[in-house]
Design a protein around this ligand. Structure first.
Ligand code: NAD
Length: 376
């Protein structure tokens, strides 16, 4: 059976769903791997690199494939060229991609969404939300360090002592913890806040100070946060104001599944920051944690430069692709049976929790209930 690696066509997407070093994992399972020409170009991977790893490079890769892997959802033009019964694996935010979902259904494709892979221990190695959040969190800290016109670390020199920068991180999930770890490694003094009780210990384990606002914690289902009431949000903003005013750099990474990003920092709070301050809002694309931030832009609010994240993992396409490709390989391996002759059979077992959870469409039907309820 054939796995095709699609060339990404969406604006600004620099990642690729498979990297040469992992092609051997798929050919080892018995698959033939074909890659669209230039699929890895933005991640600095050449067609020759893929060939050397045992893949074929073919402009018609997707049409003859049994499974097409990509980072972003496939375009409608590609979906309509696939054979009925072909499977696809990609990110597929079904709430925003209704037209793609109906096309996948109507063309009889079996589609899997990486963001729907259940976040259970057995699926950790397939969890692309986490792997990409890790990249994004690192990038946020490095962007803040790059924009700040002062040192992150303490410097004690013959010419005097330069105090370290103070960094505040709001939201300490996968991305936030990685931002904390990176800012700490660069030597900053880091304080962080999250609404989940468990996060306080994780923040401390990174060597950062956990900000205790003495507010109720907000645990939701599956280890995620719950949405705040407007009253709690206002109190949280009031209590955070002095911490933000004191920060040289503020990094926000807060999210609530299925909701707009919570607005944690008002324009007035940013205006309290000192000249030269930097704000990095990872959530800018999904509504923003910081009032006035704009995805993909740097805007000035008061004394601060506010950087709004836009497809942040794609800004480090090499490592982001490597991690994503490993997630894909692990998911494909779960869905593969090997025949007695040693050939690979892509045969997802829909009784399996991971397969069932991540499947969006199959055999002309939308199988993901919330998506079906929203679309049909
Ligand atoms: P996420 O991207 O949904 O949210 C990021 C963070 O924002 C979370 O820590 C959340 O608590 C925080 N947040 C939400 N509202 C906030 C507010 N008003 N103020 C401050 N912070 C706020 O979450 P995530 O990073 O994907 O993961 C969150 C949790 O899920 C973590 O506990 C993580 O360990 C867990 N997780 C489990 C698995 C697994 O078991 N396979 C995988 C990944 C993550």
């Amino acid at each position: 059976m054939k796995i095709a690696v699609a060339r990404e066509t969406r604006d600004g997407e620099a990642r690729v769903a498979m990297v040469p070093e992992l092609v051997g994992k798929l050919t080892g399972l018995g698959y033939v791997v074909t890659v669209e020409p230039d699929a890895g170009a933005h991640a600095l991977i050449t067609d020759e690199d893929y060939r050397a790893a045992g893949a074929e490079v073919d402009a018609a890769a997707v049409e003859s494939a049994d499974l097409v892997v990509s980072v972003q959802p496939l375009g409608t033009d590609v979906i309509r060229r696939l054979r009925r019964g072909t499977a696809t694996i990609s990110f597929l935010p079904t709430g925003q991609e209704r037209a793609v979902v109906t096309d996948l259904r109507d063309c009889g494709l079996t589609s899997f969404a990486m963001e729907l892979v259940p976040r259970i221990s057995r699926a950790q190695s397939m969890d692309a939300l986490s792997s990409q959040a890790l990249v994004a969190g690192y990038r946020c800290a490095v962007v803040a360090a790059g924009m700040l016109r002062r040192f992150f670390p303490l410097n004690m020199t013959a010419a005097g002592t330069v105090p370290p920068a103070e960094v505040v991180v709001l939201g300490a999930g996968v991305a936030g913890l990685q931002a904390i770890a990176t800012a700490k490694r660069l030597g900053a003094v880091v304080k962080a806040y999250d609404v989940r009780a468990a996060a306080a210990e994780e923040i401390r384990s990174m060597g950062a100070q956990s900000i205790d606002l003495e507010l109720e914690t907000l645990e939701g289902a599956g280890g995620y946060a719950r949405e705040m009431t407007e009253d709690r949000a206002a109190r949280q903003r009031d209590l955070l104001t002095p911490y933000i005013a004191d920060a040289d750099a503020l990094i926000t990474t807060a999210a609530v599944p299925g909701r707009q990003a919570p607005m944690l920092v008002t324009r007035a709070m940013v205006e309290e920051m000192r000249p030269g301050s930097v704000v990095v809002d990872l959530a800018a694309e999904s509504g923003g944690n910081v009032e006035g931030s704009e995805a993909g832009e740097v805007v000035r609010i008061g004394n601060a430069q506010v950087w709004g994240g836009r497809n942040v993992p794609s800004q480090m396409p090499g490592p982001a692709s490597r991690l994503y490709a490993q997630n894909v390989v692990n998911l494909v391996t779960l869905m593969t049976q090997t025949t007695e002759e040693g050939a690979a059979l892509f045969a997802p077992d829909f009784e399996d929790e991971i397969v069932a959870g991540s499947c969006v469409t199959h055999d002309g039907v939308i199988r993901h209930e919330p998506t079906r309820a929203a679309i049909e």
